[in-house]
Design a protein around this ligand. Structure first.
Ligand SMILES: Cc1cc2nc3c(=O)[nH]c(=O)nc-3n(C[C@H](O)[C@H](O)[C@H](O)COP(=O)(O)OP(=O)(O)OC[C@H]3O[C@@H](n4cnc5c(N)ncnc54)[C@H](O)[C@@H]3O)c2cc1C
Length: 454
């Protein structure tokens, strides 16, 4: 990547015309990488599956199996099975269990009962909220990283949008659905408006999302000062916990914990992550170079093929094959025309998506990239998923109903003044896993789509 460069005030404003003249004295331009975390996580799981891992989604470890003072496996609840059904829980035996459970790490150690983590070492959750606004709301050809009184603020280009974030506050409420409140949104608008020539308002906001950072914590620090480092610990023989860190360091984290497990297993090979490309990476440069040919051969517009290549790498050929078999899948998705119907079908076929919100929030980012938050895409997406997963009209209707309830609950939470009220509003929509099962709706997909095939 090019070296960094110092810019004068005029130089900075040439690259970023929306910067207010009196808000900038100069800048440093540098280059960095960017990734879509939804794509990364799915492809990582599929890469593991292609190497022989069994990947199961919608499964929660609810207990540790122990023999004397050693962990020998986990007890797992199938979140898609109706509560109380004989298959709802099962055991997985293992000589080593690795828990990479982010902000749920303390829960894993609590499963040990009386033998907890070493004192002074815990994982805490820090909430980070981002706003998504259209690219047209701000004029600039680079991202911005600005200092605020307590932290930093990012204004980052994201396809046809800007992402503005983030907050950094302690979060002790529901960890599965961290909620952004009106004060989080006001804070971000106030910070970014200090430097923009045209202030943004809530009317500019297309989407809002919140995530939780797993931070290693000492006992008395405030969250923004906590360590971003990671650690591997073995609180009991047979159980390894890896936590903390960042996406940027995920391979180092994986290597540390896998090597430790390999040593324990004796004879197992150490981690080979350093030389392992993700599925879709091998051959990517050549396919990108020849993208115009690829588009011509498949009768697709060049821009569509570029979009697919950026999201799927060389696995784009799988999507093109789906489209060849069913040309209707080449149509843009209702309400989110930058995505194709084929991407929804592929998420259900090959990426382990079991529910509408898996596709609209965790395979694509439609839930925060559109002002309607995906509600205008839900009906068509349910039709497409339903064909792959064998949903009848009742299941399709329930999936859409659940998704719309989730969008409404999120919108309500974002009107609430603080974390407690925002969390209560968000909790108004039940999680689709368990929700469907406990109402006797069978969502079990055909067995071949239950795992993530490589
Ligand atoms: C707003 C924000 C901005 C960020 N920006 C950056 C950045 O710019 N660069 C960067 O490198 N990092 C960034 N991060 C940090 C990065 O997102 C996290 O470090 C990373 O997501 C942590 O991954 P993880 O796999 O450890 O935990 P998680 O992503 O939390 O995954 C843990 C998984 O464990 C599962 N799980 C938990 N308990 C159980 C159980 N009992 N049974 C089965 N499964 C279980 C959960 O369902 C979850 O899928 C950011 C984070 C946030 C919130």
């Amino acid at each position: 990547m090019p070296l960094h460069r110092h810019l004068s005030r005029e130089g900075a404003r040439r690259i970023f015309p929306s910067l207010r003249a009196d808000a900038v004295g100069g800048a440093i331009r540098y280059y960095d990488g960017q990734m879509d975390d939804a794509r990364l996580v799915v492809n990582l799981a599929r890469t593991a599956a292609s190497l022989g891992a069994a990947v199961v989604t919608s499964a929660r470890a609810v207990g540790l199996l122990r023999q004397a003072r050693e962990v020998t496996g986990v007890r797992v609840r199938d979140m898609e099975a109706p509560a109380g059904s004989p298959d709802a829980e099962f055991e997985v035996r293992a000589r080593t269990v690795i828990a990479a459970t982010g902000v749920w790490t303390d829960d894993m150690s609590r499963m040990l009962g009386d033998v907890g983590l070493r004192p002074g070492f815990r994982v805490r959750a820090s909430k980070g909220v981002h706003l998504v606004v259209p690219r047209s709301a701000i004029t600039g050809d680079a991202g911005l990283i600005l200092r605020t009184a307590t932290s930093v603020l990012f204004v980052l280009p994201w396809g046809g949008h800007w992402i503005i974030g983030t907050t950094d506050t302690d979060w002790q409420l529901d960890r599965a659905h961290p909620a952004a409140s009106a004060s989080d949104i006001d804070y971000l608008l106030e910070q970014v408006n200090k430097v923009l020539d045209r202030p943004l308002t809530t009317a500019d906001i297309e989407g809002v999302y919140a995530g939780l950072r797993p931070l290693l914590s000492g006992e008395a620090e405030s969250t923004s000062k906590l360590s971003r480092e990671h650690a591997v610990i073995e609180p009991m023989l047979g159980l390894l916990l890896v936590a903390g860190g960042k996406y940027t360091t995920y391979r180092v984290m994986a290597e540390d914990v896998v090597d430790r497990a390999a040593r324990r297993l004796g004879g197992a090979r150490p981690s080979r992550t350093a030389d392992l490309p993700l599925l879709g990476a091998d051959g990517y440069a050549a396919m990108w170079r020849d993208r115009a040919d690829l588009a011509r051969r498949h009768g697709m517009p060049g821009g569509v093929v570029e979009h697919l290549l950026e999201r799927y790498g060389t696995l784009t050929t799988h999507l093109l094959a789906l489209i060849q078999a069913d040309p209707l899948l080449a149509t843009p998705l209702a309400g989110a025309p930058e995505y194709l119907a084929a991407e929804v079908a592929y998420a259900a076929h090959a990426e382990g998506a079991l529910h509408l919100d898996d596709v609209l929030t965790r395979r694509t980012r439609i839930s925060f990239e559109t002002p309607h938050r995906g509600s205008e895409s839900a009906g068509q997406a349910a039709e497409i998923m339903g064909k792959v997963l064998g949903w009848d009209a009742t299941v399709r209707a329930r999936e859409v109903e659940h998704y719309l309830a989730r969008v409404e609950a999120e919108r309500q939470s974002q009107r609430m003044p603080d974390d407690a009220t925002a969390d209560a509003a968000r909790m108004g929509a039940p999680d689709v896993r368990g929700f469907a099962a406990d109402r006797g709706i069978d969502l079990t997909p055909p067995p071949e789509v239950r795992l993530l095939p490589g």
